[in-house]
Design a protein around this ligand. Structure first.
Ligand code: XIL
Length: 312
């Protein structure tokens, strides 16, 4: 079979996967290197991973993944700089004035983006800023700095690495709905204000049989604003155990997502959130659900794998 990365490259697209650095040896490393042309660290670049204690840094896993990607001719998506989750406890438990929060944000972005300057293709600068109804999520950042934290973060990231493509990333924004419309209005307003924003990430943590019918239309409306779109965290979960009927529906769903991206010129590509069921966040986060990725626990390609290949 032709590797997915070759099929994707022939269409000028990215086929990526999230990875865990410690697993990048043996079969896992072979497949990650051979099949994908982009890597996203699943956890290694989050604030809680890189600065668990204030002023003391742990870059080992992030560096390892970036080095692996360069050795395999792969892009890297940085994930993620500003989020409400997986922050260090010193940050979340602190009491900060707005001025202090602003400095913490700017310094964090300058340091982390600066460390990998020129080496990463893109950054998920802001992750998950919205609630389901399209209002802003009340986070450390929103509560302290207001909506301006988003423009501030993007501006700081641009200054630290002018070549990186800067994204806002969220979930349940794949179809046209209240949340994706809020994201659309934000991106439109940022563009009008001249704030550096290059793309929108649709996470796409989907459920078998439930690919939104408006996915392509939604990708297109963001593209029409003049930004790139990436499917950044695709997985399609099912109630366990899996069976051939569910796996066939899952394959059709993967193909539908791939087709929607390939149909829009500004859709940069698709990243799966783990390429094997043995390295997926789904079973621990959604009990009773799983089998969400293109390879099974033993690294055998599933129908979904072949469906991705057919769409590319
Ligand atoms: C998940 C990781 O995959 C897990 O290992 C971790 O325990 C929790 O975070 N949206 C995101 C990702 O943007 O960072 C999340 O990753 C999945 C949901």
């Amino acid at each position: 079979d032709v590797p997915l990365r070759e099929l994707a490259a022939a269409k000028g697209r990215v086929m990526g996967t999230a990875v865990t650095g410690s697993k990048l040896t043996g079969t896992y490393g072979d497949l990650a290197g051979a099949q994908f042309n982009s890597l996203t660290p699943g956890n290694a670049m989050k604030w809680g991973s890189v600065e668990p204690t204030r002023g003391s840094y742990n870059w080992a896993e992030a560096d390892q993944i970036v080095n692996f990607a360069e050795a395999h001719g792969q892009q890297v998506r940085g994930h993620t700089l500003v989020w409400h989750s997986q922050n260090p406890s010193w940050l979340t438990n602190g009491t900060w004035t707005p001025a202090e929060l602003s400095t913490l944000l700017n310094d964090h972005i300058a340091l982390e983006v600066g460390r990998y300057k020129g080496r990463l293709k893109a950054w998920d600068v802001v992750n998950e800023p919205f609630n389901e109804d399209g209002t802003y999520r009340q986070t450390l950042w929103y509560n302290g700095l207001g909506t301006g934290y988003i423009a501030q973060a993007l501006t700081a990231a641009r200054a630290a690495d002018p070549a990186a493509r800067l994204y806002i990333n969220d979930y349940n924004v794949e179809g046209v709905n209240a949340k994706s419309t809020a994201l659309y209005n934000l991106v439109k307003s940022l563009k009008e204000q001249g704030v550096p924003i290059d793309g929108v990430g649709l996470q796409a943590h989907l459920i078998v049989g439930q690919v939104p019918s408006t996915l392509q239309q939604n990708i297109q409306r963001f593209a029409d604003l003049g930004v790139d779109v990436a499917i950044t965290e695709l997985d399609i979960r099912m109630t366990l155990p899996s069976d051939s009927t569910k796996l066939a529906q899952q394959a059709a769903d993967y193909k539908a997502v791939m087709n929607a991206c390939v149909a829009v010129a500004r859709c940069a590509g698709v990243t799966v959130w783990g390429f094997t069921d043995s390295d997926s966040w789904i079973p621990s986060t959604f009990p009773g659900q799983g089998a969400a990725t293109p390879y099974d626990e033993n690294y055998a390609p599933k129908p979904a794998y072949y469906a991705i290949a057919e769409a590319l």
